[in-house]
Design a binder for this molecule. Sequence first.
Ligand code: SF4
Length: 493
Amino acid sequence: MIQKTYPLSKSRYIRGLQCHKSLWLYTHKPKLRKESNAMKAGFQQGHDVGEVARDIFPGGEFIPFDEVSIDEQIRRTQLALKTAKVIYEAAFSFGGVFVKADIMRKVGHSWELYEVKSSSEVKEVYINDVAVQYYVISGSGVPIRKAFVTHLNKKYVRNGSLDVKQLFESYDVTANVKEKQAGIKKEIAEQQKMLAGKPHPTIDIGPHCSDPYPCDFMGHCWKNIPYNSIFDLAGNGVKKWALYKEGIIRMDDIPLEKLKGQQLQQVKAYLDKELVVDRKGLKTFLSDIWYPLYYLDFETFLTAVPPYDGLKPYQQIPFQYSLHMQKRAGGKLYHKEFLADPNCDPRKELLDSLLDEIPGDGCVLVYYQPFEKARLKELAERFPKKAKQINAIISNVRDLLVPFKGRALYSWEQQGSHSIKKVLPAFIKDMSYEGLEVGDGGEAIEAYQKMCVMADKPEELAKIRNALLEYCCQDTLAMVRLLEVLKAKAKEA
Ligand code: SF4
């Protein structure tokens, strides 16, 4: 009997390398796939970076793919190979696999192959990606002399117009790619055989579900993992996959002798529906808070390609803050906020506004201080004339995360997490992030990016602005309420 063959592409092959079941589901049950917003954003980012990288070797011939058949793409590539010195998105098919090469450059009578990645390092999965391209292109009769992974240079700092040659670094992976050639034909045959079979291969969940990429079929394969499972255990300690192999899935079933430290505390608190209060720890934390007190939260966005001067790839750019203020304990609550206009460098205006509000002697309370401190330090580097004032603020920053992370106060409802999104509903029943139009940092970035493309739609722009302001305000108001909880618990007999 002749086995039916399924079209494989570079990305399908890589999916199959991660998990055969994922490739089978992708081919036969695509409706089960759930692509998160982060996955979509990552894909778009990769696409954008790929376009920018073409300027490393400008003037190349582009092989279009939108609404152009595979056969036509291959035909145009064959023509370009005869005349062009550089080709973008060259298309090849060999051994049942179709690939598009980001950049190919002719050197003498052979070609160099460049695979562009929006990451800032070389990963094993990228080498597999280049290896299958090398296999297909060489198999098509086109000689490849060298193969590279081209990634962002994390040390690059933009100064004026974008210097694409400095923004990227190319890493020669020719030797690694050649080493992998022997196994590719076999893997393709195995993937084809697996795809022809029904039902899907029996593959259990495992660390491969998120390595190297988070799998978009987790909603399907993980549906029987209950709420409060071993995968909700916080921190390092017991090996979750070792427990899973023993058949232990629910938190209730973990033998307590296998646990220690915070994991033991988490499970005991969950079993007894307990609240853990360390009054001494709470008092120590509270003794270091003073008034006037400023509750501060930044929202930031980041892009692979730095949009403004003084920025590196993926550097966080603050575009919004919320600031609640109390002059004395239990005193009136004041609120200030800033949200940048879209499509401009927001840093100077944001900083000026912030420095107008926070004096050098106020206590500045944040949730997870490395984040806010790093943003403030970056602003000080960018605007050295303001550095003294900014550094005074940095030295006054205190971290509300500390008592929750250190479990001076811990509720079983936090499920081991000390994220404010989990802590808040555990202690403040009348406040929640559920139902907010913007409900987390990722959605805030998306909302701001939407604002940037809606400059000519004032009504929609105003709606998104309000959602962002509401979200950021909620973060600092949450801190106000949580500090009240800490004080009340510290006082309880
Ligand atoms: S969720 Fe895990 S087991 Fe299921 S398809 Fe994805 S990688 Fe494979």
